[in-house]
Design a protein around this ligand. Structure first.
Ligand code: THU
Length: 159
């Protein structure tokens, strides 16, 4: 028997087409990207989270000479949030990535490891985390929840 996943997502033409709240989050991720420490890849990523207490938390990728010791922008932001606001829910996450030199308008999606980490918090808070991702220009992709970006996801319910 053949089955398939259908994944819904939206394509937003540019920052101009975002709501005011979304624009704030976009701008926070854009600014956070500037603090990326991308000494080895030169690929800079900024992430901004909107919490249910109204706060915006940001993160950026932090690299290391021992490459796997570095961390992506998304995990920098969600781990800090959970460490400091363990009871807050994450409503939205914006991710903006691009090499520091050449600019491409192709939206940069969260990597697999980050999707798995985001899923943990989505499952924990029992409410979806809306995911937005883009380059530093061009279209923005919006998904209703991280589970939509991680078919056949593994979570704590299997343990
Ligand atoms: N990176 C992120 O920060 N988030 C992602 O979802 C993809 C990759 C970072 C990790 C590394 O510092 C650089 O981008 C190149 O892979």
């Amino acid at each position: 028997m053949k089955k398939e996943f259908k994944i819904a997502y939206e394509v937003i033409a540019s920052r101009n087409d975002l709501s005011d709240t979304e624009k704030k989050l976009y701008d926070a991720a854009f600014e956070a990207r500037k603090n990326a420490y991308a000494a080895y890849s030169d690929f800079k990523v900024g992430c901004a989270l909107l919490l249910d207490n109204g706060e915006i938390i940001t993160g950026s990728n932090q690299e290391n000479a021992a490459y796997p010791s570095g961390l992506c922008a998304e995990r920098t932001a969600i781990f800090w949030t959970s460490a400091n606001y363990p009871n807050a829910k994450i409503l939205k996450m914006f991710v903006i990535g691009s090499p520091s030199g050449s600019v491409s308008p192709v939206p940069i999606p969260p990597c697999g490891a980050c999707r798995q980490s985001i899923l943990e918090y989505e499952a924990r808070q029992k409410d979806p985390i809306e995911i937005y991702f883009s380059s530093i220009e061009g279209e923005i992709i919006r998904a209703a929840c991280i589970r939509d970006l991680l078919p056949f996801s593994f979570d704590g319910s299997y343990l």
